[in-house]
Design a protein around this ligand. Structure first.
Ligand code: 8YV
Length: 328
């Protein structure tokens, strides 16, 4: 019997690759001499895809080249790069990797918060530049006395909030719904920004949250305000943020994500009151392996006829029979 053919669009993790190789014929798109020619020639045989945000958009163009695609298993919890409406129309199930990276991203959010407030990277640069011999490092801002506002209290937001509980600071949140949590709910994001001086962005990306942190919001956060973003660069109006950091409209920012990754505007790098990371929230070997395993398990489960393990809400799995069986 011929093996089911899977398209891997970008290198994901060794764990995922190895697990998929055991069961499927895996085509690694980045290894093809001419990826477009490969898709034109072999796209009709592909029944499953493993992808990630690093690949770019999974939309009409790609779906049109893969007429027998049944499932897109995406590496990462965010899937704003996938046109889930187009997948739903085609009957293609989309899966992501929730839960496995919450703790890692929350750890990073806390680390980035402390690094930004206590100016840890700046202090390291100070020592390396030999400046300690000449005097003390300037006093830093603090977490003490701050009011934390979490934007988006999903799995990651809640995990971040639990960590802040340990720091003994008051916590509020903004999201679509009030939840059964011991934190103050703000139905209005501006209201949250006004009472907070540390805003931690944990909301998903996509059109609904695009540039929700804009110039007016930064103004509401205020001159002692600190913005931390571990979600998507698209959530923040980056030009407005740079202007606010430069003008002192807010105090500082810690960014793990940017608008046009991996491009970092020179204007951002020129600022001393920002800590920028190269989207490393979930990037530990432990967590990437767990996410890779879940990508592979979703594909294995699907093609064993047991349905997807972690389908996204927009493409719920509705039956025990997979698409290929339905369409013959
Ligand atoms: C991804 C992320 O793993 O999970 C997400 O949504 O943003 C990351 O942690 C990464 O984008 C995949 O390359």
């Amino acid at each position: 019997m011929s093996r089911i053919e899977i398209l891997m669009t970008v290198p994901i993790s060794q764990t995922a690759g190895n697990a998929l190789d055991e069961r499927f014929l895996v085509h690694r798109l980045w290894e093809q001499a001419d990826p477009a020619a490969f898709l034109a020639a072999a796209g009709g045989r592909i029944r499953g895809a493993a992808t990630s945000t690093g690949f770019g958009r999974v939309g009409h163009e790609l779906l049109a080249l893969l007429p027998h695609l049944e499932i897109v298993a995406s590496f990462g919890v965010g899937y704003d790069n996938i046109d889930t409406a187009a997948c739903a129309r085609r009957g293609v199930v989309v899966t992501n990797t929730p839960d496995v990276l919450d703790e890692e991203v929350a750890d990073l959010a806390l680390g980035l918060t402390l690094a930004t407030l206590r100016r840890i990277p700046q202090a390291d640069r100070f020592v390396r530049a030999g400046l300690w011999e000449k005097g003390s490092f300037p006093l830093s801002p603090t977490l003490r006395g701050r009011h934390v506002g979490i934007v988006g209290l999903g799995r990651i937001g809640k995990t971040v909030a639990r960590r802040f509980e340990g720091f003994g600071v008051p916590i509020g949140y903004h999201g679509r719904h009030r939840q059964e949590v011991p934190y103050a709910y703000h139905s209005d994001l501006r209201g949250l920004a006004e009472v907070s001086d540390l805003l931690v962005v944990c909301t998903p990306g996509g059109s609904e949250t695009r540039r929700m942190i804009d110039a007016a919001l930064l103004e509401a956060l205020g001159p002692q305000g600190v913005l931390i973003n571990v979600s998507r660069g698209s959530v923040v109006d980056q030009a407005a943020l740079i202007a606010a950091l430069r003008a002192g409209t807010i105090l500082a920012a810690g960014l793990d994500v940017l608008e046009d990754e991996p491009h970092v505007p020179a204007a951002l790098l020129a600022l001393d009151n920002v800590v920028v990371l190269p989207h490393v929230g979930s990037r530990s070997l432990h967590t990437r392996n767990a996410a890779g395993r879940l990508v592979a398990d979703n594909l294995l489960s699907w093609f064993a006829g047991s349905g997807p393990l972690t389908p996204v809400a927009e493409t719920p799995f509705r039956g025990p029979v997979r698409a290929s069986d339905r369409t013959g």
